[in-house]
Design a protein around this ligand. Structure first.
Ligand code: SF4
Length: 417
């Protein structure tokens, strides 16, 4: 993991909903976007609350029409999370959103490029003390009428790059747009440069991170369904975050936005950028040694424990006692299934041996008992009292003992640099 890139810090929110910092040393935040019509106030409020409950820090809503900005004041009044107005084509929607008390504006240089209009939005945001995200999207950035000419003019900057022309246009457009903001001494800016191509996203953000001092909102746009979208998004966003780039993110799916939030939170937890608020599930991938219906069991365990347990304990669900104990090393609570039974351990201590059909209920009961002990201060996460001893390996080969004893082991240099 690389050290986090240094950049400006921008605040979003107010006294009522609280303020969230984006950039600097602030934790990386998770965003999502409502999928319902903004002018349907009840549906919009319900979805914002659902996304907030799932772990979103910021929620964006589209304001294509005046009836949408007209609904904002009431939506803001009924919710408790910073909201962003997503503005395309009509700069007046931005002005109306600011007037309604929105916490941030997102502008797209690809479809609002009139200098006077942009100046009006900047002045309104400056007056209200709210930031603007400049979102340069691949899909809307190309000026189609003179596309060929622009490609030829700008392509030379990134000659040899697979998407060099596109990257050149994104950067050049961003620079032109930023000049307008700088001329008005406006710096409460967050930048995004999304594409549906994960490699272009990595290269664009890496280049932008090198050139500009503003916080970056990461995302792969039009990533598809959760199945393909998660791979594209995690490949790009995971790479960037591991390289120290990115201050807030949105994973986008053609699906329920709650999945976007769940997967964004999981990505940050996996990269140790956010503390868990519930269980961390370890599950074996299964193999020919399996003797229970582990796929169903794992699904049920996840669903049940996500609902019932709030302490961030590690829970392992393993298919057998052959390799399971070794692979579940570090779990606070673990079940090893075999011969249609489950053996449950809590911090290394064997506490139950139950029939397959009783595994879920018993595991939940043990997790709850352990959670109570944690809450009473009688146990600590990640501590094992009794070792779970897996079957002894046959022979020493592969233990690494000989190599370490010989002193012929290269120093490990992986880590923050
Ligand atoms: S824990 Fe057992 S069943 Fe699961 S993958 Fe490992 S060896 Fe196979």
């Amino acid at each position: 993991m690389q050290k986090r890139r240094q950049c400006r810090k921008v605040a979003i929110g107010d006294d009522r909903v609280g303020r969230i910092a984006i950039g600097g040393d602030a934790p990386i935040t998770v965003q999502s976007m409502c999928s319902v019509y903004t002018h349907d106030i009840d549906a919009c409020v319900a979805e914002i609350n659902k996304l907030s409950d799932a772990g979103a820090d910021v929620v964006r809503i589209a304001v294509p029409e005046k009836k949408d900005t007209a609904a904002l004041a009431e939506i803001i009044n009924q919710t408790r999370i910073p909201l962003v107005a997503d503005v395309h084509f009509h700069y007046k929607r931005a002005l109306e959103s600011v007037e309604a008390g929105i916490h941030k504006i997102r502008l797209n240089p690809g479809n609002i490029s009139d200098r006077d209009q942009v100046n009006d939005v900047i002045d309104a945001c400056k007056g209200a003390g709210i930031p603007i995200r400049i979102g340069v999207n691949e899909g809307s950035i190309i000026e189609r009428r003179d596309k060929q000419k622009r490609m030829e003019e700008l392509g030379a900057y990134f000659e040899g790059h697979r998407s060099g022309h596109l990257l050149a246009i994104m950067i050049a457009k961003l620079e032109e747009y930023l000049d307008i903001f700088h001329a008005r001494d406006f710096h409460d800016i967050i930048i995004s440069a999304k594409s549906m191509d994960a490699t272009l996203v990595i290269d664009a953000y890496t280049e932008i991170a090198r050139r500009f001092e503003y916080p970056l909102h990461l995302g792969v746009t039009h990533a598809g369904t959760r199945e393909t979208g998660s791979i594209r998004s995690i490949a790009a966003l995971g790479t960037l975050i591991a390289n120290g780039i990115g201050d807030t993110l949105r994973i986008s799916y053609a699906s329920d936005p709650v999945y976007e939030v769940e997967d964004g939170v999981e990505l940050l937890c996996a990269l140790d950028k956010r503390e868990r608020t519930g269980i961390e599930l370890i599950a074996c991938p299964t193999c020919g040694r399996i003797q229970v219906d582990l796929f169903t069991l794992v699904e049920e365990v996840k669903k049940t424990l996500d609902r019932e347990i709030t302490v961030p304990m590690k829970v392992a669900v393993m298919g057998c006692v052959v390799n399971g104990p070794g692979e579940a090393e570090g779990a606070d609570v673990a079940v090893f299934a075999g011969n249609h039974r489950g053996i449950i351990y809590v911090q290394g201590e064997r506490v139950a041996n139950v029939k397959e059909e009783d595994i879920l209920e018993s595991l939940l009961a043990e997790c709850k008992r352990f959670e109570d002990k944690i809450n009473r201060g009688e146990a600590q996460l990640g501590q094992k009292n009794v070792e779970i001893v897996p079957p002894a390996p046959i022979g020493e080969l592969g233990s690494g003992a000989e190599k370490i004893a010989s002193g012929d082991v290269e120093q490990i240099t992986i880590g923050e640099s």
